[in-house]
Design a binder for this molecule. Structure first.
Ligand code: GLU
Length: 260
């Protein structure tokens, strides 16, 4: 091979390598990676009755657990091809984005602010925010909340929601729902603000607390995914599954099973 051809070949090889190195690594399509793994990994709450809770270690159950199984069935044709990882409101988006879960089914409200960070399915449940108070509390309506101390859980929509009804209240953040509930019981705060669905779990287990009957927001719950085209096919599959569940009665059955 003469020197000229050798030089041309060398330049070509270097260019191919350079182009290869310069290319941004595309994340693998989520649907394909779930198929390859043969298992769906879902981020769920640990103890939100009746959405996701357990009576014995390792036996998670609830409305969102059944919903997750339906999604495993839709994506992998096997409702048991699933692994649950526990998330908190304060860490769920970072756990999703770091790849520790394929999706979040975790009483998560679809909001415009969150849509900048994750993609959502269509809503599968509508909750609303209210407050939990001690039964003997003088707080009867949201008007009574002004200048009171109100607990919220970091990373939840209650952090902003409470300001819309009680702008003068002193808002105290807690890492977990349990910490906010314990603070209410200990008298550190006058009220605990969260979704009615979450607060209902405490009311059912403890007759010394009550919920105000009104709600001050609407909270459409959606399944959250990493933002971008890598999730598109999985979101389409999930939305189709939700549509089928709504039309063939499966969703009504699940509601009757868990919310009666
Ligand atoms: N649905 C509310 C939210 O997404 C509160 C419940 C929760 O954080 O799990 O912030």
């Amino acid at each position: 091979m003469n020197k000229f051809i050798k030089s041309i070949l060398l330049i070509l090889v270097i260019s191919v390598i350079a182009v290869g190195c310069g290319e941004k690594q595309q994340p693998m399509d989520l649907y394909d990676s779930i198929q390859q793994r043969g298992k769906l990994v879902v981020g769920v709450e640990k103890n939100i009755k009746p959405f996701s809770f357990s009576q014995a270690e390792g036996q998670q159950q609830g409305f969102e657990i059944d919903l997750a199984k339906q999604m495993a069935k839709a994506i992998l044709r096997d409702e048991n091809a699933i692994e649950f990882v526990f998330v908190e409101p304060s860490n769920r988006i970072s756990m999703l984005n770091s790849g520790q879960a394929d999706m979040l089914i975790a009483t998560m409200t679809i909001t415009n602010a969150r849509k900048n960070m994750v993609d959502f399915s269509e809503p599968y449940y509508y909750a609303g925010q209210t407050v939990l108070v001690n039964k003997m509390s003088k707080i009867k309506t949201f008007t009574d909340l002004q200048d009171k101390k109100i607990g919220v859980t970091f990373g939840t929509t209650a952090t902003d929601g409470i300001k819309s009804v009680a702008p003068e209240a002193l808002v105290q953040g807690y890492k977990t729902y349990k910490e906010a509930y314990d603070a209410l019981k200990a008298g550190e705060i006058d009220a605990f603000s969260s979704d009615d669905t979450i607060l209902m779990g405490y009311v059912l287990n403890d007759n010394s607390v009550k919920m105000l009957p009104q709600k001050y927001t609407q909270e459409p719950y959606g399944i959250a995914f990493r933002k971008g085209t890598e999730s598109t096919r999985t979101i389409e599959t999930v939305n189709t599954a939700l549509k089928i569940m709504n039309s063939n009665g499966t969703m009504v059955q699940l509601r009757n099973k868990w919310f009666k």
